[in-house]
Write a protein that binds this ligand. Structure first.
Ligand code: COA
Length: 390
């Protein structure tokens, strides 16, 4: 086995040539008109609109339209868009068979990755990359991803799958397909807000992955599957699940301070804290925290938000590291009644809008993404025949 950490002892970095940006930190890879994360002002805009304003004043459907079209819809445009999205919610019997054939123990992120891949197999126009067709595929993904996630949820629990209800919004319909009923409006609003906040975040790891795949002129399904693969990791979207596992492990808010001090003393990475771009707070957190607090009130379950405050206080006091969106989203989804391993698939439901917007932008003005690496391996050598090698 080759030593994966091997560095040629004769390797000498040439300061003027050696310009490695580990993790691409600080690298501006391309222009984009989809969103802007401004670390200096802790702000985030989608197509010019502050995300907090969108969360308070718009539905997820309006934000999805904004992502794809660059402008918020008027009433007629929204009606047409929603009508089309609702008409695409059903999945084929073949797709349902795929969901049912998946091992019951596989993670729902693996299920949705497979489901989206299957959508690509079913699409006879997979290579058609004209803007109108790509937009149509983006709306199909928006409509079908929640259906596949909910079907997987019901199937894993041994329950009958519930068909989408075309009279309901995306958020209402998701509750309906998972639980067979739509909860009170405060819960639906909190969920809708989470979808808006999760919809887009510039060149994050999963969006960048989608753009790299699109840059090869591959199709939107492949790019979305790649995005799902990147989002699954605990350093990215998978953190919302890890936050809840951590809170359940702590169990008692009175133990949270001690738990965090211990974690910091042991140099543990605490999930739901820190961000590559924001260094003094995530713009989306105050809004999501407000709705997590609403969830605590409507479910009469104050424990998780008490724990939230205690953990945040120690982390900010000791390390000046702030919560990211996954920190309030984790307990909010838990209080909504979702199983923990469905938190990141819910993130997929939302982020498919951002991914598709970026995929369309990349396609419209494409250049293949192909960076360089600095070689630190063995110096050039000649191949010995098999008998000469010891
Ligand atoms: N818990 C404890 N320490 C943390 C931390 C966390 N969640 N996030 C960052 N730090 C510390 C690092 O240990 C490092 O300290 P050091 O300089 O003493 O070694 C410093 O802050 C910089 O962190 P680094 O991991 O280099 O930042 P990054 O930009 O490479 O990574 C994240 C950003 C988001 C991947 C990272 O903060 C993290 O792993 N967070 C937890 C996972 C998470 O919540 N992900 C969702 C992101 S939206």
């Amino acid at each position: 086995m080759a030593d994966q950490t091997y560095i040629n002892p004769d390797y000498v970095a040439e300061p003027d040539k050696m310009n490695v940006k580990k993790g691409l930190e600080g690298v501006v890879m391309d222009t984009s008109s989809v969103s802007k994360v401004n670390a200096d002002t802790n702000s985030l805009i989608y197509r010019g609109y502050p995300v907090q304003d969108l969360a308070e004043n718009c539905s997820f459907e309006e934000v999805a339209y904004l992502m794809y079209n660059g402008e918020l819809p008027n009433k007629t445009q929204l009606e047409q868009f929603s009508k089309l999205e609702k008409s695409y919610r059903d999945i084929t019997p073949g797709n349902m068979q795929v969901v049912r054939a998946l091992p019951k123990k596989c993670h729902p992120m693996d299920s949705i990755r497979t489901g989206v891949s299957f959508l690509g197999c079913e699409d006879e126009r997979i290579w058609d990359a004209t803007p109108a067709t790509k937009m149509d595929k983006a709306i199909r993904l928006l409509a079908k991803i929640p259906t596949m996630i909910a079907a997987d949820y019901r199937n894993k629990k041994g329950l009958d799958v519930i068909a989408p209800d075309k009279n309901l919004s995306i958020a209402e319909n998701f509750f309906h397909m998972c639980f067979g009923k739509v909860p009170q409006k405060e819960i639906v609003k909190a969920f809708d807000v989470s979808l808006i906040l999760y919809a887009e975040h510039s060149f994050n790891a999963s969006t960048f992955t989608s753009r790299v795949i699109s840059s090869t002129q591959s199709d939107i399904y492949s790019a979305t599957v790649g995005g799902i693969g990147a989002l699954k990791g605990p350093l990215h979207g998978g953190a919302n699940e890890m936050v809840m596992h951590m809170m359940i492990e702590i169990a008692n808010p009175d133990k949270a301070t001690e738990w965090m001090l211990d974690a910091l003393a042991n140099k543990k990475k605490v999930m739901g804290f820190g961000h590559r771009v924001y260094k003094s707070g995530d713009s989306r957190v105050p809004t999501m925290k407000k709705y997590a607090q609403v969830m605590a009130q409507v479910t009469n379950e104050p424990k998780w938000m008490k724990m939230y405050d205690a953990l945040e206080k120690v982390m900010v006091d000791k390390k000046k590291i702030y919560p990211n969106l996954d920190f309030p989203a984790g307990p909010a989804y838990y209080m909504m009644g979702f199983e923990i391993d469905f938190f990141t698939p819910i993130f997929v439901m939302a982020r498919t809008t951002g991914w598709s917007a970026h995929i369309m932008e990349q396609t419209a003005n494409n250049r293949i993404i192909r960076p360089l690496s600095e070689y630190i391996g063995s110096a050039q050598r000649s191949v010995k025949s098999l008998s000469e090698r010891h």
